[in-house]
Design a protein around this ligand. Sequence first.
Ligand code: GTP
Ligand code: MG
Length: 223
Amino acid sequence: MEIKVVRKVLDVNERMAQQNREYFTKQGIYVLNIMSSPGSGKTTLLEKTLARISSEIKSAVIVGDICTTNDADRLAKTGVSVVQVNTDEFGGDCHLAAHVIEKAAGQLDLKGIDLLFVENVGNLVCPAEFDIGENAKVVVISVTEGEDKPLKYPLMFRVCDAAVLNKIDLLPYLDYERNAVLENIKKVHPGMPVFEISATKGIGFEPWIKWLRNQVNRKKAPR
Ligand SMILES: Nc1nc2c(ncn2[C@@H]2O[C@H](COP(=O)(O)OP(=O)(O)OP(=O)(O)O)[C@@H](O)[C@H]2O)c(=O)[nH]1
Ligand SMILES: [Mg+2]
């Protein structure tokens, strides 16, 4: 019984996600879903990324949290159009669902937008299960979380198209085996690109921005 209910919720979400995907595709908007555990650095990564790409790639952001507009307030300072979703209005969900994205997108001025970032609710489990109509998913994992997280939360790493290993500025102060986390990511998702970054210190952005640019341009290229 419970399994049937869960299946139904996911089916409904799947349909809604497909509608979102068709809508965004028609508008020529590339959608990137960014996920991580709370505090891995999603908002900081976005702040620094937007500062680097805004002149070349017109972007907007939907940011999800259970409560507060803290992240939207931070991101609005970059000058891009931002909408905050508080999931406590939708029962306190620990993830963004496709119908929430549809509502939030309706509040953004998407005219001329090339790239829509979605910062998902901080959680390494549930967001991985919900298609929101995005073109690609990125997981951010920070070096303070331990090397074993890809093995403990494999679905997240399996469904993502790229990973950002953040807070690498802290490596000198930690007993953290960088090679071990890279190896664990490879075990779960062989070949997935991993960008080693310090969002606060602005280290390692070049390959990440290049990847983003390629993603957006590939979608825009005539088929
Ligand atoms: N040392 C260091 N700290 C970082 C880095 N990136 C983010 N932080 C810090 O980590 C904390 C959390 O960063 P946020 O960007 O708010 O993380 P988040 O993933 O958006 O958090 P939630 O939205 O609450 O899930 C802040 O204190 C940041 O300054 C980094 O590269 N290095
Ligand atoms: Mg955030």
